[in-house]
Write a protein that binds this ligand. Structure first.
Ligand code: NAD
Length: 420
């Protein structure tokens, strides 16, 4: 389908075809499972600070509505396209199904660089985006959340815009909101914490000693910074490499991640942070370490560098960091590189978003401890299922994780039937 024409959508389809072949899915069901249910493109006219009016392109893709409403993040990135949005929505479907959440996948966003907007302009883009989406979203249709380039404040503006339109506070229209307006304790940290919970589980299985282990984390935003902090301060690993869009740093003696976080809080990025040697961002991924966490953009582990990875555990914090060609290489190296695939590894975010949605619908209030405890229980269940399936069927962890997700969606579609 031409509207999704994009390399990253093709990558998501190629991954799906591998699973469909493995599950022997009938060709009549393949396209029905693969192509999104709905795709919405909007044009957002926004007043800029200099008095001009600029238009931005916005998207929302709802992958399937078989198991419940769709759920997915909102990405603000200059290169965002309909195809990329559709790929991310498809991955969300398998991720939600693997965690057994009553959702289909969705994703949305605006083709914009948020760092180049003033706060007023960012608010204008965010509110106009939600305003344009009102006819297509709702607490029982499609629930938005944060992703790359968006944050709690933007989710707050989304919630306010929708609520003003409805005439009452609709907390459950969006997750990842500030706690002061119905957000859930621990949602901001949920993805990074989940990544680290699964790394600890893998280290335990592989009998690795965290105190003697090192980690490299690519991306220092919501997912990467929380994962790096948690690895260093909670699990006791030495974080020897970090990076963001401006800088990649390496220090074999360890980087003070707390200081890096405070630096980014004040300065916005790692550019002037001086704890370590500046290295080529691509090389950072193939430096020796025990745990490698790509937590930034997609397709950073490719056929070019997959054979060079020197980590024992590859924990995919980002969505789609590994291409299918790299997967083939890593499958050959299964006893050298233990992979925690994205739809399992970064599921903490959508799991706690689910809690936040339920809390909003039911007006519940849960403590951070309750939230984290429930999160880890779901992750534990998914992790064990994936490892068992991979072992029993002699397949990769990605194939096992995606197969469990795809199977659940297929089963639900078959049970509901095809109307008319
Ligand atoms: P974010 O915007 O908070 O942070 C992104 C970070 O990546 C920033 O530090 C940015 O500078 C850095 N970055 C961007 N391009 C880079 C590059 N080429 N090389 C190195 N670093 C680069 O975004 P986030 O919410 O942390 O999301 C990161 C990834 O995790 C994305 O793939 C996203 O889809 C995925 N994810 C996020 C969540 C969530 O709850 N936020 C949940 C699941 C998955």
């Amino acid at each position: 389908m031409h509207i999704y024409d994009d390399d990253i959508f093709k990558m998501a389809c190629d991954q799906f075809e591998v699973i469909a072949d493995y599950l022997n899915i009938d060709k009549n069901d393949r396209e029905r499972l693969m192509y999104p249910k709905r795709a919405i493109a909007v044009t957002l006219p926004v007043h800029m600070d200099n008095g001009s009016t600029r238009t931005f392109q916005g998207y929302r893709v709802q992958h399937h509505l078989t198991l419940g409403p769709t759920k997915g993040g909102t990405r603000f990135a200059p290169s965002l396209s309909m195809g990329e949005t559709a790929a991310l929505a498809m991955w969300m479907s398998w991720k939600c199904a693997l965690a057994n959440l009553p959702y289909g996948g969705a994703k949305g966003g605006v083709a914009v660089d948020p760092a180049k907007l003033s706060r007023t302009e960012l608010e204008g883009v965010s509110r106009r985006y939600m305003q344009e989406m009102i006819p297509f979203v709702g607490p029982h249709t499609d629930i938005m959340g944060p992703d790359m380039g968006t944050n709690e404040q933007i989710m707050g503006w989304f919630m306010d815009t929708y609520s003003v339109y409805m005439g009452y506070a609709v907390n459950e229209i969006v997750t990842g909101k500030p706690v002061s307006i119905g957000g859930t304790e621990g949602r901001r940290e949920a993805t990074g914490r989940g990544v680290v919970y699964l790394i600890e589980r893998a280290m335990d299985m592989l009998k690795m000693d965290p105190e003697k282990s090192t980690a490299i984390v690519q991306g220092f935003g919501n997912v990467g910074s929380v994962a790096a902090l948690s690895l260093a301060l909670k699990s006791g690993l030495k974080v020897i490499g970090i990076s963001d869009a401006t800088t990649a740093l390496y220090n074999p003696n360890g980087i003070d991640v707390k200081a890096a976080e405070q630096h980014v809080f004040k300065k916005g990025n790692l550019r002037a942070f001086d704890q370590g040697d500046r290295v080529d961002p691509n090389e950072l991924l193939s430096l020796p370490c025990d745990v490698l966490v790509p937590a930034a953009v997609d397709r950073v582990i490719t056929a070019k560098n997959a054979a060079q990875l020197k980590c024992r555990i590859l924990a995919e914090g980002a969505n789609g960091p590994t291409t299918p060609e790299a997967d083939l290489i890593l499958e050959q190296r299964w006893d050298e590189v233990f992979m925690i695939p994205d739809i399992l590894c970064n599921a903490g975010g959508v799991i706690v978003s689910y809690f936040e949605w339920v809390q909003g619908l039911q007006s519940f209030l849960w403590s951070e401890m309750e939230v984290t405890d429930k999160l880890f229980r779901i992750l534990e269940h998914s992790f064990s299922q994936v490892i068992r399936r991979a072992k029993e069927h002699k397949i990769s962890h990605r194939t096992a994780a995606m197969a469990i997700g795809v199977e659940r969606v297929l089963r639900a579609k078959k049970t509901r039937g095809l109307f008319p």
